[in-house]
Design a protein around this ligand. Structure first.
Ligand code: UDP
Length: 242
C-alpha cells in the first residue's frame, strides 16, 4: 500500500491474533489456500515496514474443544486437540510465509521439537529483535483457555505495543451486524464501555487481561486488502479499544 509505506509505522512491535476462522474463507472447515496466500501477503507488507510481528494463531477452523466436550468428550482432552489444531495452522502459515521470503519461527507452548521450537520468552523476543516473524502455536498450553487469552499473554510477555485482532467483520458493532441491520459500527471504544455494554471484543478472560494491563486492541477485518499495514501506519481502520 503506497500510503502505508510512506508513513513510518506507529507501532514497533505488534501481536496479531489470527483466528482459525479467518483462515477458512468461504470454506466450512480447514484452510483456504487463497486466504492463506492473502494473509501471508499482508503480513509480509507489515514486516517490510520494519515492524516486529508475532502471530498467535487459533485452531477453530479445525477443532474446538468446547464443541467436542459438549458432544460428550472429556474437556481437557478436547482442548489439547484444539491446541494441536493451532500447530497445524501455524505450520501452514509458516510454509507460505517462508515461500514469500519472510523469515519465521514457530514456537509452541506444547513441546514438539521435531516441528517447532519450544516457547521460551527471551528467545521469542530475540527472534523478534532480529526481524524474524514468530508464530506462537499451542495456545497457552493449558486446557480451559482460548487462543485469545494466549494472544494477550504473549503480547504482554514480548511487550508488544498493540494487539491486532483479525476477524471477518470490520470491527466492533453495537450488535451482530449479520443479524441486526440497526447495528452501529464503533470506531473507538474504552475498555469500560465495552465491558458495561457487553460488546464482544474478545473472550472475557482475554479482555480482562488486556484491560488490566492497558494493552490497546484493534479489531479489524482481515479480508480488507492492506488493512493490517494501514492500522500500523496509524490510519483509522477497524475499532480501537483503549
Ligand atoms: N485451546 C486451549 N487452550 C489454549 C488455547 C486453545 O485449550 O490456551 C483449545 C480450545 O479447545 C480451543 C481450541 O484450542 O477451542 C482452538 O482455539 P480457539 O478456539 O481459541 O481458536 P480460534 O477461535 O481463534 O480459531
Amino acid at each position: 500500500m503506497p500510503e502505508a509505506t510512506a508513513t513510518p509505522p506507529r507501532f514497533k512491535r505488534i501481536l496479531l491474533k489470527l483466528s482459525g476462522e479467518a483462515l477458512m474463507g468461504d470454506a466450512k472447515y480447514g484452510i483456504s489456500p487463497k486466504i492463506l496466500e492473502q494473509v501471508a501477503g499482508e503480513v509480509r507488507e507489515v514486516i517490510e515496514l520494519g515492524v516486529e510481528v508475532g502471530i498467535v494463531i487459533g485452531g477453530g477452523n479445525i477443532f474446538r474443544g468446547v464443541s467436542a466436550s459438549t458432544a460428550g468428550m472429556d474437556r481437557a482432552s478436547a482442548d489439547y486437540m484444539g491446541m494441536l489444531a493451532t500447530v497445524i495452522n501455524a505450520l501452514a502459515l509458516q510454509d507460505i510465509l517462508e515461500k514469500k521470503g519472510v523469515d519465521t519461527r514457530v514456537m509452541t507452548a506444547i513441546r514438539m521439537e521435531a516441528l517447532a521450537e519450544p516457547y521460551i520468552r527471551r528467545r521469542a523476543v530475540r527472534h523478534l529483535e532480529k526481524g524474524r516473524m514468530v508464530i506462537f502455536a499451542g495456545g497457552t498450553g493449558n486446557p480451559y483457555f482460548s487462543t485469545d487469552t494466549a494472544a494477550v499473554l504473549r503480547a504482554l510477555e514480548v511487550e508488544a505495543k498493540v494487539l491486532l485482532k483479525a476477524t471477518n467483520v470490520d470491527g466492533v458493532y453495537t450488535a451482530d451486524p449479520k443479524q441486526d441491520p440497526k447495528a452501529k459500527f464503533l470506531a473507538e471504544l474504552s475498555f469500560r464501555d465495552a465491558l458495561v455494554n457487553g460488546y464482544a471484543v474478545m473472550d472475557a478472560n482475554a479482555f480482562g487481561l488486556c484491560k488490566e494491563n492497558k494493552l490497546p486492541i484493534v479489531v479489524f477485518n482481515i479480508n480488507q486488502p492492506g488493512a493490517t499495514a494501514r492500522v500500523l501506519a496509524g490510519e483509522r481502520v477497524g475499532t480501537i479499544v483503549t
